[in-house]
Design a protein around this ligand. Structure first.
Ligand code: RNT
Ligand code: ZN
Length: 428
């Protein structure tokens, strides 16, 4: 039998030839692919628990189900798990942190006073591991968020608290951008909305607009921070009205850009729309009027928006669209999911590998041939080629890439994870 290494090399050489026949330079694509970071969600590691003194956790339209054993109890255990997952994921990464994942929060210091000092440990860790950082405000899982509304609340005490929190979080993002010498995407998803029909839809949207004007008032360089706006159609318990809808944010984004408020960009989350609606179709519309955007890769299942990413049509469609629309250099690519019914390190690994693999496949597509067919009015040829290209041997290139990067090829990481699970995670 041929050694695994030899087999990978042989498959890779074959794949290279097949792609070359379509005019694709595989090695050139691999070089570029290697430079594109994937931002991974800290919250998959511990069910959005975080390290606040009085427990955080999910609430307000997001829900983690499952109780798989081995959950990390401390930041040290959390990092140990994260590093394990990272050993299975090839290429560049960013860690996307929520504001509740800092350290050394002093007693009495609430979320509106969170500061860079609480993230010094993460910056140190990120530098040591050559990982980038992204950041999120956290408006859920807190006594001040027990109602339906945060920054759109008519209760001034509540609204102002969350505005202060989101300003404080933005400063932390700026600190991360400075420290890492790389843009930190500051994501500002807020859960505000109602289960049932509001009588005054306008009021909450007006308040949210005013809050964002305050939150983004400080001028920060786009070398350091982009302010991502993440629309959502609905969530469990928030079925009738979400203040931050797509229309709201598209409007706000255009207005804020024209008025010079903040560095806003859209964050398109694959799980935030009607099930038959695809963010792939939205990218060109958004990017015609913007310089950057963020994508949250996730897997929506019926009403849930946060299953682990796999190599499915949605993932591939979205990646293909990023490449075909020519916006790859302006895309912040992240994943967003949380599942506690399976091993959390495995979830990180499966979703990250699936997302990266889909990106590589999309970058390898002989797109120019599709464009030629389309421009020539050859719709038959366009469809024939499109379908054919779905089966090109991109996985052989992916396996070679994994091998080159020194991470497990195929599903071999699973064996190693089983040991880790038994010897480390289950002993907690
Ligand atoms: C929720 C949003 C948001 C969250 C994280 C935890 O629907 O997608 O991005 O998943 O902030
Ligand atoms: Zn999201």
């Amino acid at each position: 039998m041929m050694s695994q290494e030899k087999l990978i090399d042989r498959n890779f050489e074959n794949a290279k030839e097949i792609y070359a026949a379509y005019g694709v330079d595989v090695e050139k694509v691999m070089g570029k692919f290697d430079s594109i970071p994937l931002s991974i969600p800290c919250w998959q590691g511990d069910d959005i628990g975080g390290f606040e003194r009085q427990g955080g956790g999910a609430s307000g339209g997001i829900l983690v189900t499952g109780n798989y054993p081995g959950k990390p109890r401390t930041i040290a255990e959390f990092r140990q798990d994260l590093e394990k997952a990272m050993s299975y994921i090839p290429g560049a990464l960013k860690l996307n942190l929520h504001s509740t994942y800092g350290e050394k929060y002093e007693p009495g210091v609430d979320r509106d006073e969170y500061a860079p000092r609480h993230f010094e440990g993460w910056v140190k860790w990120a530098k040591a591991h050559k990982v980038g950082l992204d950041f999120n405000c956290t408006t859920f899982g807190h006594p001040m968020a027990s109602g339906d509304l945060t920054i759109s609340s008519p209760d001034d005490k509540v609204r102002k608290f969350w505005v202060r929190h989101m300003i404080a979080a933005r400063k932390i993002a700026k600190y991360m951008g400075e420290q890492m010498g790389q843009v930190c995407v500051y994501n500002t998803w807020v859960q505000d909305g109602f289960k049932d029909m509001p009588a005054d839809r306008m009021l909450y949207r007006r308040l949210m607009k005013e809050s964002f004007d305050e939150i983004f008032a400080e001028k920060i360089s786009t070398d350091l921070v982009y302010d991502a706006l993440e629309p959502k159609l609905f969530a469990i318990g928030v079925e009738s009205y979400t203040v931050g809808s797509l229309d709201f944010y598209l409007g706000y984004h255009g207005y804020a850009r024209a008025a010079g408020i903040g560095n806003t960009i859209m964050n398109l989350d694959m799980g935030h729309y009607h099930p038959t609606e695809s963010i792939a179709d939205k990218i060109s519309s958004v990017m015609l009027f913007s310089d950057k955007f963020m994508a949250h890769f996730t897997r929506g299942v019926r009403w849930d928006s946060d299953h682990v990413v796999i190599n499915d049509d949605q993932t591939n469609d979205t990646m293909r669209e990023i490449v075909r629309a020519g916006v790859l250099d302006d895309a912040f690519i992240g994943t967003d999911y949380f599942d506690a019914t399976i091993n959390r390190v495995a979830a990180w690994t499966i979703g990250s590998r699936a997302t990266k693999r889909a990106l590589l496949a999309a970058m390898l597509e002989p797109t120019e041939l599709l464009r030629q067919a389309e421009r020539g009015g050859d719709k038959t040829g366009r469809l024939a080629l499109m379908d054919e290209f779905r089966s090109l041997p991109s996985n052989a290139v992916w396996e070679k890439y994994c091998g080159d990067k020194g991470v497990p090829v195929g599903s071999s990481w699973l064996t190693d994870l089983r040991d880790y699970e038994k010897n480390v995670m289950f002993k907690r």
